[in-house]
Design a protein around this ligand. Structure first.
Ligand SMILES: CSC[C@@H](O)[C@@H](O)C(=O)COP(=O)(O)O
Ligand SMILES: [Zn+2]
Length: 221
């Protein structure tokens, strides 16, 4: 690497260590890992910096042991992504798509819990409706357990830009309630703040676990 390249990388590392967004996302990553929702380097996280840029976890890192320099700046221009300082998550295109679909989104979290992975495989439809749970109110906009709360489920693919296009299409027709499942893969949630994204993650995980348990006990999906 050239001398000027080294200076740039060191400079960026220093900036990231002082960036409160980066520090807060690493701390949330540790909490998420403590729940066993990001095993074996699975999962990825991002936090918006401005209209067209977010810090995204570097690909292949242990998401429970992140430091601020593991968060790489990524910018987007529609489907094009720019990441000058390293290799961001393999699923960056989906994060960028969500940020473009709603400019108020501040944080995107992707996890690989056992419950979300199994649940998404036993449900074969494109949406699953949750109702009857008080904890549905953890999802922004839900005011009653009597509301029917849909969670979209997309088939897994290694073609993440194609998945991002499907999510964009779905966004225009069916409401996505701050979360979606990728079949046999995991959960994506987002929020307008770090705290809200964390609440959506915990809320969806709770609801998915409840339904999985109910289906196990009653045999009725
Ligand atoms: C442990 S393999 C999981 C990956 O294929 C992927 O699904 C994932 O969530 C993590 O990828 P990453 O590129 O580290 O963000
Ligand atoms: Zn994943």
């Amino acid at each position: 690497m050239s001398q000027s390249g080294l200076i740039t990388m060191n400079h960026m590392t220093h900036i990231q260590q002082l960036n409160p967004n980066a520090v807060a996302l690493c701390s949330l990553g540790r909490w998420i890992a403590s729940r066993h929702w990001v095993p074996a380097t699975g999962g990825n996280f991002s936090i918006r910096q401005d209209e067209n840029t977010a810090l995204v976890t570097a690909s292949g890192r242990d998401k429970g042991e992140l430091s601020p320099q593991d968060l790489l700046p990524v910018s987007w221009q529609q489907e094009e992504l720019f990441s000058p300082l390293g290799k961001p998550s393999a699923e960056t295109a989906l994060h960028a798509q969500l940020y473009q679909l709603d400019p108020a989104i501040k944080v995107v979290l992707h996890t690989h819990s056992v419950a979300a992975t199994v649940f998404s495989r036993i449900i074969s439809t494109e949406q699953y409706f949750f109702s009857g749970y008080e904890m549905q109110k953890a999802i922004t906009g839900v005011t009653s357990h009597e509301q029917s709360l849909p969670l979209a489920i997309f088939d897994n693919t290694q073609n993440i830009p194609a998945l991002a296009q499907q999510v964009k299409h779905c966004w225009q027709t069916k409401p996505l309630n701050f979360g979606l499942l990728v079949r046999g893969h995991g959960l994506y949630v987002w929020g307008y703040s770090l705290e809200q994204a964390k609440r959506h993650l915990e809320g969806w995980e709770f609801l998915i676990n409840c339904e999985l348990e109910r289906i196990k006990l009653t045999g009725k999906p």
